[in-house]
Structures are given as C-alpha cells and as structure tokens.
Design a protein around this ligand. Structure first.
Ligand code: ATP
Length: 294
C-alpha cells in the first residue's frame, strides 16, 4: 500500500509550554485509521496539525512526499475536514449552506450545483436538501458536516469526534457512511469510543498523554490483551468496590446479579473466568498498562 501521509517525530507544544503531542511517527495509506484516545490525549491537536491549521513544533508531516508546513496547499487541495466544533447556519437550507461553502472554498462556480447534489446524495440528505438546517437533528447536521468535507472530493478526509451527540441509530448510520467513503481515500477518524471504529478501521493509532502507544491492526492490539480479560459474576452491591480496584470494560445486569468484564494482570477472583478479549478490553488493557508504567 502506497503511503500518502507520513508523520515523523511530530510534536506540538502550546504557547503555555504544554506538550499536547510528542514524537508521533506514523505512515498512513488508504482506508480508515481510527485515532483512539481518552479526553485530553491530544487527538484534536494532532488532527489540527494534519489539517494544516496548526504547525508541528517538532518533526514533520509529509503528504505525497511534500512537507505540509512548507507547502500546505499540496495537502489542502485534497483535504476534507470535519472539525469537532462544526457549526451550521441555521437559517440556510442544506443546499444553500453547501453552495455557500463551495464558494468560500473557491470551487469553480460551474459544476457546483451538481457537486452539492452529489454530496447531499452521498450522505443520504437528498430529500432534506431544501429544509432549513435549524430543523435538522444532530446526526443530520453531522452528515451536512461530512457533505461539506466531501465537496472537493478529497483524497484525505479528517473527522474529529464525529459521533459525539448522536443517538445510537445515527451513530451506526454514520459509521457505515465513513466506511463507504474510505474505499477511495484515507479517512482519519478520531474518537474516544471504541465501537465507533471497531467495525471499520483497518488500522488503529492509540494516543494517550500526547504519545503514540500503539499503531497497527485491531487484531494486534487484541492479541496484546490475550490472557488479561475476565468475566466475573458479582452482586450489584460489589460493583463500586470492583470498579475501584479494577478496570471494567462492561457491566451487565443479569437476573442473578451483575456480569462484569475486567482487564487485569491476573485473575481478579477465584470465580472469575478468562475470556477472549475484544477491542474494548484490549484498549482498556493498553490504557491500564500505560498508566502503570507512567
Ligand atoms: N489552547 C491550548 N492551550 C494549552 N493547552 C491546550 C490548548 N488546547 C488544548 N490543550 C491541552 O492539550 C491537551 C490535548 O488536548 P486535545 O484537545 O488535543 O485532546 P483530545 O484528545 O482531542 O481531547 P478531547 O477528546 O477532550 O477533545 C489537553 O491536555 C488540553 O488541555
């Protein structure tokens, strides 16, 4: 797979001296890359660097071999970006809003109407094209956000926490949409929610404290957690105690108590049974090991 976006020793320090991103190295080609990390891990900062909205303070990023700090337009011409705080003009219809953004982005006027329609189609908003954005649900607004990011048919699509605020059905629809879009391009999706990327991301990059802790296939992350995931039946009254001592990846109420899944170095209790880790377990296990090592 040809590498298109390469990061070498990338760091970003805010003016107050805080290192939000440190020494990140990655080589990324087509497909979906899930950038996973807890709140404050540095995901949005890194996304802004990749979107050429902030310059790396150390290291470099290249897009198709060009340094994006020196030649940002090489990347910008092929970039679609959905920031975390994407806002819409409520009084405009979806079609008017996209036409407005197409003009702002400098797309040639000829062909804009067709391109806007095509983008609305791609995100399933064809029938709502002439409705005021003020009447749209959160999921529909996010789809408008993706539609605007697709206006220039980008080879690189960066979406920052796109599922925040969506209901479960919208989340699923949104994930499918991103999976479809990744057939032709590199999609970088940041999230702190494992299920956002577990069905679609071929590659994962996990960031905590601004550092890259893992990069590779989800299966490789899962393999690291082998032997460290446990299922355990407890009484509901034990839950707080178990939570204080262990990292719980899931807790489900059962007729005869609670079933919890925990990740741990060794069996948390004589009556806990080992289970095959899934991606959620594996992610928590990675976070736990990094905290333990810090
Ligand atoms: N303008 C700023 N000045 C100083 N520090 C900042 C600034 N913006 C963010 N930070 C800090 O940099 C770190 C990384 O923030 P960032 O927003 O990139 O994380 P994130 O992984 O995107 O988290 P979230 O999911 O909460 O958005 C955090 O510790 C944050 O407090």
């Amino acid at each position: 797979m040809a590498c298109e976006l390469a990061l070498e020793g990338v760091g970003f320090r805010y003016r107050n001296g805080h290192d939000a991103v440190s020494d990140v190295g990655l080589s990324l080609g087509p497909g979906i890359v899930g950038l996973l990390g807890p709140n404050g891990a540095g995901k949005s900062t890194l996304m802004r660097v990749l979107a050429t909205l902030a310059k790396a303070t150390t290291g470099r990023v290249t897009w198709r071999g060009e340094d994006i700090a020196r030649k940002p337009d090489a990347l910008r011409n092929e970039l679609g970006y959905l920031p975390q705080d994407f806002g819409v003009y409520e009084a405009l219809s979806a079609r008017e809003f996209l036409q407005f953004l197409a003009a702002v982005k400098g797309l040639p006027a000829r062909g804009v109407a067709d391109r806007v329609d095509a983008c609305l189609d791609m995100v399933g908003l064809h029938d709502a094209a002439d409705r005021r954005l003020g009447t749209f649900s959160g999921g529909m607004r996010q789809r408008v956000g993706i539609a605007q990011a697709l206006l220039n048919d980008p080879a690189l699509l960066i979406v920052d926490e796109p599922t925040v605020g969506l209901d479960p059905e919208e989340r699923v629809r949104f994930r499918h949409l991103l999976a479809e879009l990744s057939a032709q391009r590199l999609v970088i999706l940041s999230t702190h929610i494992v299920s956002d990327i577990e069905a679609s991301a071929g590659e994962l990059a996990v960031l905590t404290g601004g550092r890259l802790r893992f990069h590779g296939a989800p299966e490789a992350l899962i393999a690291q957690a082998e032997g460290h995931a446990w299922s355990w039946r407890i009484a509901p009254s034990q839950l707080a105690d178990v939570r204080a001592k262990h990292r719980i990846s899931r807790a489900q109420r059962r007729p005869d108590g609670m079933e919890v899944r925990v990740v741990a170095d060794s069996s948390p209790s004589a009556d806990a049974v080992p289970v095959s880790p899934d991606l959620e377990d594996a992610y928590l296990w990675l976070l736990q090991r990094n905290e333990a090592a810090a």
